[in-house]
Ligand binder design. Structure first.
Ligand code: CAA
Length: 386
């Protein structure tokens, strides 16, 4: 595929910041946005006045313009794309495109939410939301259906899914900010209360307050700053819908399209990837996306994730070394932000020493938003240490 307007190497992630809080009853969502913005700008070694592009998903009071005012930014480009869990991986690509097209040169991207102590519903946005609200969170049910179908079609087991939480918990024990720090076993997962058959409580992500932010900038500006150089070399986004009722195959996600596009643009394959940040709203989310991205064949995800294959230093594909959404942090249903942050930490060599991948020069950050298998958007980013 020819990419006339490639973003390959045209944007660098120069600043990252993850809010340490998981419980912020006394802060507003706007305040959390401001705190993570300050953190990422400082990490980059820039000042607020350098920011000329602002990217935000649907998680701020009043939307993007009021946040521009609240943060005191003077920007010439904004983007408010909201696709749930994949929003911030899509935003990373959009920031790179805007920088490549000269629409801005220093993009600030912020995420903040308070689903734990405030009002940020844990369910997908969409036309059905008002009808579902009366029953509480229904997101779990859609993911449960995907897991059930995967088990039916491919023989995937609850124990195999559990290995994904086990791996995340191994990593979370080293993260001082993780909500859950206890290492769990396969038995712990499969014996935890059933939430949406076949998903147990421990197959689910945590509910936390918090946020994160990125500074994305041009190669020239990134090279003038102090941080190790990390650049975006491939990006893909794709949508999957029920297609007028004709496509209800729940066993694959739009990652089957976003992944190959990103790999092709980057000129690398799944075998080259040293570290993977994979969106982990539920264990089944990880398993299906690993298949869709080509880390293993469709239907083989259960075997691939078993026996610690996702644990750093143990298996072949270290994933979510911060503990991910399954154990550490899942502020609002837009966890793609923390996926990018941990991938950049790995590429900079700044992950916790117990989970840092040796010679980590190529990483993937991938997410889906909406209802996995049903109606959702996927996005894939391939990042490289220069
Ligand atoms: C929509 C998109 O675009 C994509 C998405 O992001 S979809 C994902 C959106 N997010 C979610 O759906 C959130 C999923 N998680 C949950 O809803 C809840 O955590 C849950 C239903 C799994 C558990 O809630 P609960 O049963 O009310 O548990 P709660 O009363 O809070 O805690 C009870 C115990 O379980 C533990 N616990 C809670 N959630 C846990 C989890 N996810 N994993 C492990 N342990 C958990 C608590 O620490 C607590 O332990 P102790 O008794 O030792 O203190």
């Amino acid at each position: 595929m020819e990419h006339e307007l490639t973003i390959k190497g045209r944007a660098y992630v120069a600043g990252i910041y993850e809010h340490p809080t998981r419980h912020a009853p006394d802060k507003s969502i706007a305040q959390l946005h401001a705190e993570v913005a300050r953190g990422a700008i400082e990490d980059a070694g820039l000042s607020k006045n350098d920011v000329d592009g602002y990217f935000l998903s649907g998680d701020a009071p009043g939307g993007t313009w009021p946040m521009v005012d609240y943060l005191g930014l003077k920007v010439r480009h904004i983007d408010s794309t909201d696709t749930g869990g994949s929003s911030y991986i899509i935003q990373l690509g959009h920031a790179a495109e805007a920088i490549a097209a000269g629409k801005c040169s220093v993009a600030l991207i912020t995420l903040a939410g308070k689903p734990r102590t405030g009002h940020s519903p844990v369910r997908s946005p969409g036309a059905e939301a008002d009808f579902e609200a009366a029953y509480g969170a229904t997101t779990h049910n859609a993911y449960g259906m995907c897991a059930m179908r995967h088990m039916h079609d491919y023989g995937t087991t609850a124990e195999q899914l559990a290995w994904i939480k086990v791996a995340a918990s191994h990593h979370a024990q080293y993260n001082p900010h993780a909500l859950l720090k206890d290492v769990v076993t396969v038995e712990d997962v499969v014996n935890s209360p059933m939430i949406s058959d076949p998903l147990h409580r421990l197959d689910c992500c945590v509910v936390t307050d918090g946020g994160g932010a990125l500074i994305v900038t041009s190669p020239e500006i990134a090279r003038s700053l102090k941080n190790p150089l990390v650049r975006l070399i491939g990006h893909g986004e794709a949508l999957k819908g029920p297609n007028g009722g004709k496509d209800f195959d729940l066993t694959y996600s739009a990652g089957v399209w976003s992944g190959p596009r990103a790999f092709e643009e980057a000129g690398v394959t799944p075998k080259d990837i040293k570290y993977a940040s994979i969106y982990d709203s539920f264990t089944i989310t990880v398993l299906m996306q690993l298949e869709d991205l080509g880390f293993c064949a469709k239907g083989q995800g259960g075997r691939f994730v078993a026996d610690g294959n996702l644990i750093s230093g143990v298996g072949k594909l270290p994933f979510n070394t911060d503990g991910g959404g399954l154990c550490s942090n899942h502020p609002v249903n837009r966890g793609g932000m923390t996926k990018i942050i941990e991938a950049v930490r790995q590429l900079r060599g700044e992950a916790h020493p117990k989970v840092q991948v040796k010679n980590c020069d190529l990483a993937i950050a991938h997410g889906t938003g909406g209802l996995l298998g049903v109606r959702h958007a996927a996005s894939t980013a391939i990042l490289e240490r220069v």
